[in-house]
Design a protein. Sequence first.
Length: 213
Amino acid sequence: MNQIIVLATTNKGKTREIREMLKGFPIEIKNLDDFGPIPEVIEDGETFDDNAYKKASFTAKVLGYPAIADDSGLCVESLDGAPGVYSARYAGKNANDADNVQKLLKELEDKENRNAAFQCVISIAVPTGAALTYEASCEGIITREPAGENGFGYDPLFFFPEFNKTFAQLSMEEKAQVSHRGKAFKEVTQEMDKILEWLDITMPRFADVPYEE
């Protein structure tokens, strides 16, 4: 039987990418859309690590399955690391990807230094609160206008010099090779056998209750 692991997101793009990265293992990746509504996690951590653990541990406790959460963001040198942990809501609480892209372009209008890095921290947690952590980053340059139709978030602005393309111009396979999330999940895939053993040891077990007639 495959191990169910819940991806603590409703983001279809992220879910699709992660399912592709983890295919071939005896696991079944579900996301929050596969369950009834659960309370929203307030991502108020000061670091990507804080937020990833908070999302994974909360989801695991509520649903009773191991959960994976990543907190990822774009850190721009000339903006002192912004938008950072606020990447998903850079243009406001209800901002969409296009809003965030436009705000970033506006903030960088007069900046010559457009160096940036995507950062990702992955937390894999069980209902008891124990967790494993993986992290990675990817460096690039912010373009002056969006390019490409793939990906999500800031991908149309994130130019990756090695491929001479933005992330939104890469195929899913190309992006998975070099992206912050792809590299972090590569670490996960390389250790998946150990992770599955760890889950087997740390997941709570229900005791059999003797039945009396």
